[in-house]
Design a protein around this ligand. Sequence first.
Ligand code: CO8
Length: 372
Amino acid sequence: MFQPSITGHGVFTPEQTISNDELVASFNAYAAKWNEAHADEIARGELEAKTESSAGFILSASGIESRHVLEKEGVLDPDRMFPRLRERSDDEPGVMAEIALDAAGKALQMAGRDGSEIDLVICAASNHERPYPAVAIEIQKLLGAGGFAFDMNVACSSATFGIQSAADMIRSGSVRRALVVSPEITSGHLEWRDRDCHFIFGDVATAVVLERAEEAMGARFDVISTRCATEFSNNIRNNNGFLRRTRDQMEDRRDMQFMQNGRKVFKEVLPMVSQHIAGHLADEGWSAGDIRRLWLHQANKAMNDFIGKKVLGREPEAGEQPNILQDYANTSSAGSIIAFSKYSDDLEPGDRGVICSFGAGYSVGSVLVTRA
Ligand code: CO8
């Protein structure tokens, strides 16, 4: 058995950003146009008028101030409301592969490794730009990596589930060095025309290199233990898929994009996650006092404040539970990895921390790490 360690991590952050004010101005222009176009149906009570969004609500309900996107013009165009991404030929790298490669390059550089030294690539994300060939295999080829590669999707928990898979394979010896990438192009499957959710997500890509502790070339985090759990729920759902054309009336159907019952998610996922982390820590003999840092999934500030307080048994001190969602919004599976990547270098040997993600499924994944 080998000790798996995280030896590199990296983040690709798209240059373009959308502030809450910009987002709300575009949504409100869209809503006004829509209401005007449907004035008769609204007057007859057949359709409900669209209500304005508000930047004040977004900040107070979520803690989000801004988000990065690959393409903002299309998103903010009230006549379009989704990104405009250039279609690529089959011979060019796909969009997911391209942004994953950027993050992977940073992670490999930190680990002191070359792509050819990787023998497992997992592309763990909440949506994939095509069903096959796997995006991970494309990334494997572009990196010049060996071994094998596969895609996985556990929505917001994809990255931690990917880390568990890679760590288990390294532990057993079936894989020597793995790359877990999470290119999240959430702008492609978010419904920007729905004020209940239009503010929630942003685009990003993250990458993590895992390898045997004894082979680490620099600083590392040993993966002490991982735990994944799932419990079926329809409260976060997207019905788009390969059976789409077999069904009638598929034009512009709301359930082809992200949908959620946010209140229910908030209430049901909080206890699930708090108990999951507490149980995982207890089974490993770790107490709350041992934890130097929590790198939590980045969906909602109030949610993270609650989980931090439950897990630590007190208000988290500044820096103990870093949030990045004010700048990135919810980046699905990448959120906890961005937090880890930006706020882990200062930890001292022996310091312990927990990476935890949660979301659709429901799903929750926790990774206990020690700075070596
Ligand atoms: N502006 C103004 N008012 C608004 C807006 C808005 N933009 N949106 C809603 N309101 C109104 C509502 O209509 C409601 O009005 P009323 O009281 O009159 O009915 C009022 O504000 C309160 O609305 P909510 O009850 O919805 O507000 P909440 O306080 O619950 O906050 C949140 C909404 C922020 C969505 C909150 O519920 C939340 O964060 N919940 C948890 C969500 C979560 O964690 N989801 C996980 C999803 S991520 C995941 O699993 C990955 C999926 C795959 C990725 C998909 C990428 C696209």
